[in-house]
Design a protein. Structure first.
Length: 202
């Protein structure tokens, strides 16, 4: 009788162990499936993020603009692709702080540039300023810099996002036209304009 009881107890224990093992395996399978789904979702999000970054890089590069993001708290500057074309520096040599960038602004333009950007930061407005920026080791180019501030919940500026465009050719053409217009205003002689067929236009 005792032998039968012992055998019965051992069978019950084995049966309990098998059930516990099966339940554990089921939980492991369920958890593995959950982790796999989360991993697949993360990979999909990373792929989509990479695709959007590639699109963004193509758009920025084809626009001929330098896109930047300044962290107001740390002063760090993050440049988008194509910035080296506008700034004339290799990506590894690009300035990485706000003070480095300010040092590239032409000394005569620096005060006005700082006033425009500081006013935008205080008022939370966008800015649009034109100035000379050093391009490469010694040359200066005219830059159109458009940006806007990103405020925190208290309205304080925490980031500055902007785009720089090289407008040197346009600036030189505008200056030439102004100089020619000034000369025409000052001259007292009659001016005659002919076309290629020697016909008087005016």
């Amino acid at each position: 009788m005792e032998c039968n009881t012992t055998l019965g107890n051992q069978s019950s224990e084995k049966l309990f162990d098998l059930k516990a093992h099966d339940e554990l395996e089921n939980r492991v399978r369920e958890r593995t499936a959950e982790l796999q789904a989360a991993n697949d979702s993360l990979k999909n999000a990373e792929r989509q993020s990479s695709e959007w970054k590639n699109r963004y890089d193509i758009i920025v590069a084809s626009s001929g603009m330098a896109v930047y993001d300044i962290d107001r708290l740390t002063g760090e500057v993050f440049w988008g692709s194509g910035a080296e074309h506008v700034l004339g520096f290799e990506p590894t040599a690009l300035n990485h702080t706000r003070h480095d960038w300010l040092a590239l602004v032409h000394p005569q333009d620096r005060p006005a540039v700082m006033r425009s950007i500081e006013a935008a930061m205080i008022k939370g407005l966008s800015f649009d300023v034109q100035y000379r920026l050093r391009h490469g080791p010694s040359d200066y180019r005219w830059i159109q810099d458009r940006g806007f501030v990103v405020p925190d919940e208290q309205g304080r500026c925490i980031r500055i996002l902007g785009m720089m465009q090289d407008v040197t050719q346009r600036k030189l053409a505008d200056d030439t036209m102004r100089e020619q217009a000034a000369l025409l205003d000052q001259t007292q002689d009659a001016i005659m304009v002919r076309d290629l067929d020697n016909r008087v236009l005016y």
